[in-house]
Design a protein around this ligand. Structure first.
Ligand code: NI
Length: 137
């Protein structure tokens, strides 16, 4: 088993309260376990960012009544057409649409596309899920 090293962490009490709430919600057994998980997550993100190829999905919700929003989103996607494998549009309810875009390409380019979509006014929530195999496909 690997050597365990103890270290101290200083946090504002309000931030620690929110962290403890998160620990409860995610059902971690201890703060140490939660911190280990966060560190691993960041290291995985760092790895895929430095990789040459990655694949993933951009998922976002928006109100299609917002003026110019659909045009902007379509235009952004056309500008990055080489990254996009497929996309799916779902009419969630009278106002809201859900769009899922499957992407493949350089991690930095994928992140650029994601940031562009997320920044469009009227996009209520956007997530980027990325995966990679640690090298080229
Ligand atoms: Ni729709």
């Amino acid at each position: 088993m690997a050597n365990l090293v103890r270290f101290g962490v200083s946090l504002e009490d309000a931030l620690l309260k929110r962290f403890d709430q998160l620990i409860k919600e995610k059902r971690y057994s201890s703060r140490s376990e939660a911190i280990r998980d966060l560190i691993r997550e960041e290291l995985i993100k760092k790895n895929w960012r430095s990789g040459k190829e990655a694949a993933g999905a951009i998922t976002f919700i928006f109100d299609h009544h917002q003026s110019e929003l659909l045009n902007k989103i379509t235009s952004i996607q056309h500008d990055s057409h080489s990254l996009i494998i497929s996309s799916q549009h779902v009419h969630l309810d009278h106002h809201n649409c859900l769009e899922i875009i499957a992407v493949k390409g350089k991690p930095r380019d994928i992140e650029g596309l994601f940031n562009g979509i997320k920044a469009v006014k009227g996009v209520k929530h956007a997530t980027l899920t990325i995966t990679g195999k640690g090298g080229e496909w």
